[in-house]
Design a protein around this ligand. Structure first.
Ligand SMILES: [Zn+2]
Length: 151
């Protein structure tokens, strides 16, 4: 997935704003990670206008951080089993799995670490995990798995 943040002048910045530091210097420092994005935007007198979707794969993982950021900034909506990037273009993903614990034997969603261990011990006793990467027989997902909704 490739997203592009598109900015517009901050209407609240106004005319009487004192001359700030050199915009090129702010951009360079931002690129080096020396100043947070929000601070750089403010210093440049910009606000986020929209987030364009430049490239979207059929299957896409979304970190909880990205989803939270998108919801707070208003360019992404999550709900009813969907993650919608408002773009342009508007791009929707059906959520296949969300953050949490899942059995690698049967795929069941499990309520936390202890429940995952108990489930594997009870439902799949004596069976080796089908997934060498998760020898305990369960995995912990920390992101959303999305499948693109084609229109
Ligand atoms: Zn299971």
């Amino acid at each position: 997935m490739k997203l592009k943040r598109v900015y517009k002048p901050d209407p609240a910045a106004g005319e009487g704003r004192p001359p700030g530091p050199d915009p090129a210097e702010i951009r360079a420092r931002r690129a080096l990670g020396e100043i947070p994005r929000r601070e750089a935007e403010r210093a440049l007198g910009l606000v986020l206008d929209h987030v364009a979707v430049l490239r979207a794969k059929a299957r896409q993982n979304f970190s909880t951080k990205l989803v939270e950021q998108g919801v707070v900034e208003g360019w992404l909506t999550a709900g009813r089993g969907l993650i919608v990037l408002h773009g342009p273009p508007e791009t929707a993903y059906r959520v296949r799995r969300g953050p949490g614990h899942y059995c690698r034997h049967c795929g069941d969603a499990l309520e936390g670490e202890a429940a995952a261990r108990a489930h594997v011990a009870a439902a799949h006793a004596g069976q080796a995990s089908p997934d060498p990467a998760h020898p305990g027989g369960y995995e912990r997902l920390n992101h959303f798995e999305g499948e693109k909704v084609e229109d």
